[in-house]
Design a protein around this ligand. Sequence first.
Ligand code: ADP
Ligand code: MG
Length: 685
Amino acid sequence: MSKNLIIPLVSIAGIGPKRAKAFAKRGIKTIEDLCYYFPRRYEDRRKLIKISQLIEGEIQTVRGTVLAVGQRRSFKRWLTITEVAVGDASGKIFCVWFSQPYLKNYFKPGKEIILYGRVERYGKRLQLNAPEFEFIEDEVKDLTRIIPIYPAVEGTSQRYLRRLIEDVLDEYLPSLHEILPYNIRTRHNLFNLAKSLRVIHFPGDENEQKEAYRRLSFEEFFIFQIPILLRKLRYASQPGITHQSQGKLASLIQESLPFRLTSAQLRVWEEIKLDLASSKPMHRLIQGDVGSGKTIVAFLAGFFALEGGHQVAFMVPTDILARQHYENIRGQEKIKISLLTSSLDKKEKTKIYKEIKEGKIDLIIGTHALLEEGVKFKNLGLVVIDEQHKFGVSQRALLPQKGNSPDILIMTATPIPRTLAITLYGDLDISIIDELPPGRKPIKTLWLELKERKIAYDLCLEQLKSGCQAYIVYPVIEDSYILDIAGAKKMYAQLKEGIFRGVNIGLIHGRMKQKEQEEVMQDFKEKKLSVLVSTTIVEVGLDIPTATCMIIEHAERFGLAQLHQLRGRVGRGEAESFCVLLSDAYTMEAQARMTAMKNFSDGFKIAEEDLRIRGPGEFFGERQHGLSELRIANPLTQLHLLKAAREEAKQLLKADPNLEESAHLPLREKLLQRFPEYEKLTIVG
Ligand code: ADP
Ligand code: MG
């Protein structure tokens, strides 16, 4: 879109600083944002149903006249109940709101109103609980068309939003620049931009809306792919490091392992070796389910690079995990391995900084602390980023910048389906470890209600008897009265004195001192503790094979990927393992998550379920790249469109890598505005 829409909202008459602020909360800062503020649903006001024809249990829209308004208090709960009776020629329906006493003043008998909500029946009485509503005043126009309903913006009504957006479209669409090149639009039969924006807000019919949606999704995919493709081109054009290594050290380590690598691990290791030995810089993503054994493969890569005379940096999201990796790998002869976390004091840090800079440390394992400015390498040759989904894009980019085009290996246990991965992580090569080490038994997953907690504890005690260990995870440290959930700290005290009396039980959470955390972890590892009460601090990477029981309290508070990660802390040994989800899961979504956990153990399946239940934006979370920026397109349901957009983007960049042709200037402008890093990417040559 052309620059002329990057106009602040306050330039519109009637939008002052206060309104602008409310809009900004929704991410709307400019006229352009307003054009791209898509409806959440539509209402076809040409075909409203009569009250007598409403279907019980369904969400419907109905029009009527306010007949009466009342307000009362409930006995038990100190709530105000507002009741409004609405009627049309065919019948009557009641609307009920709790705790919103001010509503009473809105409704005046005789007013025309449109209601939207789930229709319920109590005896003879039809009722809508807290429906959405809009008064019809002088808007004949809106009664003769399909109208958009937007996600609410504080302090504005639907009618106001609708008018505002329509006015903006009227004024600005005629001068709008198209950003998709003409030939691409014709090839894929896409609406032009002005038309698609008009239609997405005010569709004439369902088909038209679908076409507008297709065009705007295509655009989003297209714009989203360009930086990815450019990055890939750039990687390919840079000279990387050819590691001069015979692979002897890695072989030695491999032979000294108490197990043999699975064929999936071997395959991935071969792929990595080729990358390391080649002159192109490696940018490889290892996807592998929890417990599939990614760490060892990464370490083999590390030893390979070390033998070739380069330094290796291994970054993980938590101190605990950094320490675990460090403990597992240290003690190799002739190799200097160190640990760098934020809990080190200044003196220790300075010493490590110096050693890294002088090349005295070969392999450094650490957390975000590795990203600090003081960390400078002598000759960084390989960067490993474990649990990449825990880092932001910019963080992931920082570590490699401390070297001269080092090889990069990224690992994730939050896998996404391969087809999707290829397009979304198009700048990376992908290796998949799709096999678990032999002898792992499937984890038995149970979903119990909170009142059945005792069953979970009994199961846990049973496990302890046979010498196994257990985690009990809480969503918060302190109790929350507002959310009505128990916290780890208090439950720890209760369990210790109650059902787990006589059992060695420990507590760990993120607000404890680093030293204390380490001691507790060490005790758990050495089996001095049998039960570990914790928060999600144990979520990623922990590897204690004798732990066989995981109880997750208030499991509905966790996302599916997170639950899967937590469950992955057990089932790491030969013994049978259990995971108990304690949850009353009130919402449909929470129930779907619990059910998915019960039914699926495969991380890829879980990821797919999660995408299905939650939609892509939420799945990838705030800090993740790209996907969460997609406002309208859905890569799961529109995979074909995504592929087509990617293909077109490829062709376009081939022909005009810096988007210098005049027909591509609006696109270039848009990219510059959306992606701050874009300018840097275009010097491909
Ligand atoms: P993740 O992929 O989740 O990071 P880890 O690398 O932590 O998994 O490995 C999980 C556990 O499996 C570790 O205890 C590791 O030593 C062990 N392991 C890894 N590969 C194998 C294998 N081929 N055979 C048996 N055990 C293995
Ligand atoms: Mg791991």
